[in-house]
Design a protein around this ligand. Structure first.
Ligand SMILES: [Zn+2]
Length: 323
């Protein structure tokens, strides 16, 4: 069977070749070009094309670190097929430690984008046009927003069976079924019939050792599942009992004040269990927060201060150990 031709950003990617290309969209105010490195490794043998991305939200550094480790340890050199890594999609936001593009827009709500739209929309258009058509599989790495720390989890649409199989191969602690949100990278990948999984773990502007480990191991397990991981690497092991979650609820702060969580992210809590206290700064009041349901805590607000109504825990209400 003839190997398929892959041409990305006007460069022919020959079998057995490595490239570091740049996906450029706009310059900084200072005329400095903004280079978005696209790191491509193609094996001599044919196989799937896998795209690994992070930093679509510029402050989600943990995802960037996961993709960096994959490149630094040379796990992105497949024995068959092609691996494309883009560790930082939103370089503008990354430079500013910001989730958003400098035009105030969320790149992950700007897909598929347009040629003459806003800066974020133009950039989304370039990704949609230059990268997505060439790939079969996408693994996109995110973190929780602000102080909200996510347990390592894969999010997928339950109806996309190929993605469910890929999520199972990733073997994360949690698989959370969530429907597609319009104008996201994920929605565009889905519309273009790409097999897409989204990893969530940790919080923005933070790196967490356990979350990084889960992310890197998950990528290796997927590559091994696809028979792409080079034989010279130690095979990832461990087949855990993945917890599948379809329904969740947020627990909100009953009062404003200092937040003292009494449970960790990722653990199972019983209905009625004390999960946090909220106090005033003066030592005169203390309010107990009890879990309204039995389930796994998949997100904990790590902010020391909260306002009444702030989301403080995200808890599953229908966790199962089988898909
Ligand atoms: Zn994100």
């Amino acid at each position: 069977m003839a190997l398929r031709e892959i041409k990305i950003l006007d460069t022919i990617i020959k079998p057995g070749s490595r490239h570091r290309l740049n996906l450029n969209t706009a310059n900084l105010y200072t005329s400095t070009p903004v280079e978005i490195p696209v790191i491509i490794n193609r094996a001599k043998l044919s196989g799937p094309v896998v795209l690994i991305t992070a930093g679509i939200h510029g402050d989600e550094v943990n995802g960037v670190e996961i993709v960096r480790q994959i490149i630094a340890k040379k796990f992105n050199r497949p024995q068959r097929g092609t691996i494309i890594c883009v560790p930082v999609l939103n370089i503008f936001g990354f430079l500013n430690s910001s989730r958003m593009f400098p035009d105030g827009r969320d790149l992950n709500r700007s897909f598929p984008g347009s040629k003459n739209g806003s800066l974020a929309s133009r950039f989304a258009y370039n990704i949609t046009k230059e990268l997505i058509p060439h790939v079969d599989i996408v693994m996109d790495f995110h973190t929780g927003g602000a102080q909200r720390f996510n347990a390592p989890q894969i999010r997928i649409d339950k109806n996309e069976t190929a993605s469910v199989a890929l999520a199972n191969a990733f073997d994360p602690p949690f698989i959370v079924y969530s429907p597609n949100v319009s104008k996201t990278f994920r929605a565009t990948c889905s519309r273009m019939k790409k097999n897409y999984i989204l990893f969530e773990g940790g919080k923005s502007l933070d790196t967490d050792r356990n979350v990084m480990h889960e992310g890197v191991q998950g990528i290796l397990k997927v590559l091994e599942h696809l028979e792409m991981l080079d034989d010279s690497f130690v095979k990832p092991t461990g087949d855990r009992k993945v917890v599948y979650i379809s329904k969740t609820r947020w627990v909100r702060a009953s009062h404003s004040g200092l937040l003292h969580p009494k449970t960790k992210c990722g653990v199972f809590v019983e209905a009625g269990q004390l999960i946090a206290t909220i106090t005033d700064p003066y030592g005169s009041s203390r309010f107990k927060i009890k879990s309204p349901t039995s389930g796994y805590v998949i997100n904990v607000n790590q902010s020391p201060l909260v306002y009444q109504g702030d989301a403080i825990f995200h808890i599953s209400t229908d966790a199962k150990s089988e898909a």
